[in-house]
Design a protein around this ligand. Structure first.
Ligand code: TXA
Ligand code: MG
Length: 322
């Protein structure tokens, strides 16, 4: 856990318009004062993030909602009461004072109260809502440890707070209330099933379809350099005998003599929560090995499995754009 004095310093940096990487229960974020457009602009520069991709605003206190959102529909209110702090982001119509840079000019703002004690303390002490995307270069896998942030962003931010590995390991679930019916914009760390027990049916896009209103849903996102193949390799393992390939397994593999140069097991016992928390670190380790290909195993598409499969599919999309 982070020393209190470092959190003080980080809060001061944010108050003065700086940029700080900090732990949340989902992934590490790269934060700045949401009401300081110059500070927010630096986040985009550091991440090499396109300005059309809006940021999530993080709060530590329910009262901060009044500065950000115009009104809160009853279902949104229910979710906020039951699921915050936690891995859930809510999209609502924004107050005019929220800078356009934060929302990419959209009439809506995405808000979340993270569950990590370091994040909550930081936001509280900074005394302002903190706009923060995941602390990775745009398009790459989100960081789940402070070392991941250090490796990728080096010293481009002003400070990195280390809160240990992220417990959830997947980004927050995003639900939009900008239209009449609640809509899932991104599956994530809070299973859709849990949300639907609270507010009933939520609209979703068919698998694979992307919502242009949420660029985190770009088909190729969260992507490592090494090509990833999901399940399609299973019938023909011999074809990979002479190649340098790694296995990203969901559970402990049953077969021992496999042609893999490296094996990552997400959860030996097949637990989706454990698999989610290990996913991004495992992809990073495989990506660092200069393999020709990562052969990944699909996980059951329920609960957190929905978000795991969403990230795997996006990571496996080849566009040749990188
Ligand atoms: O768990 C998380 O959500 C992490 C931690 C740091 O809180 N943050 C995160 O941020 O994943 P980022 O920037 O990597 O992803 C935020 C997503 C993007 O896909 C963005 O397009 C979407 O949220 N988003 C933000 N504001 C939005 C809005 N007003 N309407 C629709 N989508 C929005
Ligand atoms: Mg991100």
């Amino acid at each position: 856990m982070q020393g209190l004095s470092l959190i003080h310093r980080a809060a001061e940096i944010i108050r003065q318009g700086g940029v700080v990487a900090f732990p949340t229960e989902t992934v590490y974020g790269l934060g700045a004062d949401a009401f300081n457009p110059l500070a927010v602009a630096r986040i985009f520069e550091i991440k090499d993030r396109p300005y059309f991709d809006p940021l999530i605003v993080h709060i530590s206190d329910f009262e901060e909602m009044a500065e950000l959102a115009v009104g809160i529909p009853p279902d949104a209110e229910k979710l906020i009461q039951r699921c915050w702090p936690g891995p859930l982001t809510i999209v609502l119509l924004k107050k005019e004072a929220v800078p356009d840079l934060v929302t990419a000019g959209l009439p809506t703002v995405a808000i979340r109260m993270p569950k990590h004690p370091v994040a909550l303390q930081l936001i509280r002490e900074a005394g302002c809502p903190v706009a923060a995307p995941s602390a990775n270069p745009f398009g790459y896998v989100s960081p789940t440890t402070a070392d991941h942030v250090r490796e990728q962003l080096e010293d481009r931010g002003d400070l990195i707070l280390d809160g240990g590995p992220c417990e959830v390991g997947l980004e927050s679930t995003i639900i939009s209330f900008s239209k009449e019916k609640p809509r899932l914009l991104r599956p994530g760390g809070l299973p859709l099933e849990e949300i639907e027990t609270i507010i009933g049916k939520v609209e979703t896009n068919p698998v694979g379809e992307t919502a242009p209103s949420s660029p985190g849903r770009l088909p190729r996102h969260y992507a490592p350099r090494t090509p990833i193949l999901i399940d399609r390799w299973k019938g023909d393992l011999e074809a990979y005998r002479d190649k340098r390939v790694g296995l990203l397994a969901f559970r402990e593999p049953r077969v021992v003599s496999l042609p893999f140069d490296h094996v990552e097991v997400l959860s030996p016992g097949g637990d989706l929560r454990e698999a989610a928390s290990n996913l991004f670190a495992a992809i990073r380790r495989l990506d660092a090995l200069d393999l020709e290909m990562i052969l990944a195993e699909a996980v059951p598409e329920a609960g957190l499995g929905r978000a795991i499969m969403d990230r795997l599919r996006r990571a496996s999309k080849r566009t040749g754009s990188r």
